[in-house]
Ligand binder design. Sequence first.
Ligand code: ADP
Ligand code: ADP
Length: 217
Amino acid sequence: LKTINLSKVYGKDENKVHALKDININVEKGEFLAIVGPSGSGKSTLLHLLGGLDKPTEGTVEIDGVDIYKLSEDKLAIYRRRNIGFVFQQYNLIPVLNVRENIEMPVRLDKKIPDKEYIDDLIEFLGLTERQRHLPNQLSGGQQQRVAIGRALAAKPSIILADEPTGNLDTKTTGEVMNLIKSSIKKYNQTLVLITHNENIAQSADRILSIVDGEIR
Ligand code: ADP
Ligand code: ADP
């Protein structure tokens, strides 16, 4: 996963914000990269661009040698669904779908039948077997985030992009959720890029990238 002279400018004229300035990073397969930096420094913008959720102003992102911003909108959407798992601070679960249905969602969106055995294992791995028929509002915050992680892992992505995934969780639950994410990347040799304000989490990464005012420091 790499960026090439990646820049992002929001707005124009007096509203112009240079959110990212000429970022060149290279994340190896299986690497855990933590992104740290003050609020408003460009971390979320970088994560969104790494995942093809937005368009760069200049430069691009390559995944396995594929320039993702050269793909058509449709192809990029498919690429994203199959290769990238997103986890955000807000769990963004669908309230009318139960735990299992939320987790299977990306696979169904891809018009595929979920692999029952894999989903069973995943739900077990997440510690949600007893809860799989429950709705999101019947779960604690930590459980809801585990569902969101399950949804991110359902399509067996090679890359996980996480924006403050433990931002709403207490210390104990933070540890549990991070252990889950870390054991997933080990098990499936996934690349993890994770934004965090938590010093302990950052220190547990393979590498820390510090961003200030849209630049790597
Ligand atoms: P963080 O928790 O990373 O500091 P923010 O709360 O600053 O994130 O922003 C969350 C999201 O809201 C951003 O990723 C971006 O998409 C959007 N956003 C942030 N700032 C602005 C802005 N000035 N105008 C419009 N959208 C914004
Ligand atoms: P961080 O995640 O480090 O808090 P962001 O990437 O959310 O930073 O934001 C970087 C800068 O870009 C901030 O100044 C923010 O206000 C601005 N920004 C983010 N998203 C938008 C947006 N959609 N429109 C305008 N400005 C934005």
